[in-house]
Design a protein around this ligand. Structure first.
Ligand code: TYM
Length: 331
């Protein structure tokens, strides 16, 4: 079935990196050319589950929105807004708390991972995927472009929608489809056995806005051979670098390097230079567009985006209230 409306979100925590770009944002940009309506959101209410930083959070949300625009999110073709500017997100999340199963939430691997690394495990970390389901379903979105790490949260979203529909006795929320890309799981440069992420530290990721010299330096110090790999399989580090080269549009070069790797002739240094050059080439126009954007331009885009998002969110939420029997004017 054709997808009518696409929704996706990103947290304003840390720098936008190549994992975000290849796993999600590049796909968000491409999807603007299709027939579906596209809605993209900077999810600041999600970010507070990782810590409360009232001084930095607004600036981070603004920065990230600017970075997304520089990557190609076009406010003429997409709605781009900040989650907390549309209060219905948290309202629907509360409603969904009455539909999500405790057992399902306790099986979420991201919760287990994050709660294992935190001293004070706030319950927002636990109910995080319920808010994510609300983000998506508040717009009745049926397509969600994300990286593979979000697959479990999307399964939960489908479960909540099904249960809601069953109890309400109408097919109100759509079945949401996950939209993955070739870059659905980009690995860390410093430890290619885990995914590239902002939370592991500087050397694990390449930031989209990092200066070319730093990008090259990080890629050149990427781990290629952890030792112990068999000769006829690619090591995780080499596989990741080859993936990055292909994603930067250099398939022919990547085929060549892959053949060398499999025959044991690969000089890692050459592969790294090729990946660094291709990545810098990809990032240059993005960084140039970013430099031309002022904070006021971004604020205006976000204000317009929030107004458009509120139109949809307001009417969906009014129907939800009516379906579950809450809200002013009903008594
Ligand atoms: P977040 O902010 O961690 O990441 C944003 C997007 O980047 C993808 N991603 C990756 N893809 C490939 N390889 C990687 N190493 C990599 N690292 C990150 C993520 O899969 C994601 O698509 N819970 C979400 C934010 C969210 C959301 C939503 C997403 C909140 N509400 C509704 C979709 C729909 C998150 O923390 O993404």
């Amino acid at each position: 079935m054709a997808i009518k409306r696409i929704f996706s979100g990103i947290q304003p925590t840390g720098d936008l990196h190549l994992g975000n770009y290849y796993g999600a944002v590049q796909n968000w940009v491409g999807l603007q050319n299709g027939d579906s309506e596209t809605i993209y959101c900077v999810v600041d209410y999600h970010a507070i589950t990782g810590g409360i930083e009232p001084e930095q959070l607004p600036q981070r949300s603004l920065q990230l929105a600017g970075d997304l625009i520089a990557c190609g999110i076009d406010p003429e073709r997409s709605i781009l807004f900040v989650q907390s500017h549309v209060p219905e997100h948290t309202e629907l999340a509360w409603v969904f708390n009455a539909f999500a199963a405790y057992g399902d939430l306790s099986r979420m691997t991201q919760f287990k991972d994050k709660s294992g690394r935190t001293k004070h495990v706030n319950s927002g970390l636990f109910t995080y995927p319920v808010l994510q389901a609300a983000d998506i379903l508040l717009y009745l979105a049926d397509g969600v472009p994300v990286g593979e790490d979000q697959a479990q949260h999307l399964e939960l979203t489908r479960g909540i929608a099904r249960r809601f529909n069953q109890i309400a006795g109408v097919e109100f929320f759509p079945e949401t489809q996950i939209l993955l890309t070739e870059g659905k799981r980009i690995m860390s440069l410093a430890d290619p056995t885990r995914k590239m992420g902002k939370s592991y530290g500087e050397k694990h990721y390449v930031g989209i806005m990092e200066p070319p010299k730093r990008v090259a330096k990080k890629i050149k110090s990427a781990v290629t051979d952890a030792g112990g790999e068999s000769r006829d399989a690619l090591s995780p580090g080499v596989a990741n670098l080859l993936g990055l080269l292909r994603l930067a549009g250099k398939d022919v070069e990547a085929d060549d390097f892959e053949a060398q790797a499999l025959s044991g002739d690969l000089m890692y240094g050459y592969l790294k230079v090729a990946v660094a050059d291709a990545t810098v080439e990809l990032l240059e126009p993005i960084q140039a567009r970013r430099a031309a954007l002022s904070d006021d331009d971004i604020r205006a885009i976000l204000a317009d985006g929030a107004a458009r998002a509120r139109d949809i969110a307001g009417s969906v939420m009014a129907e939800v209230r009516s379906l579950i029997g809450v809200g002013a004017g009903r008594i």
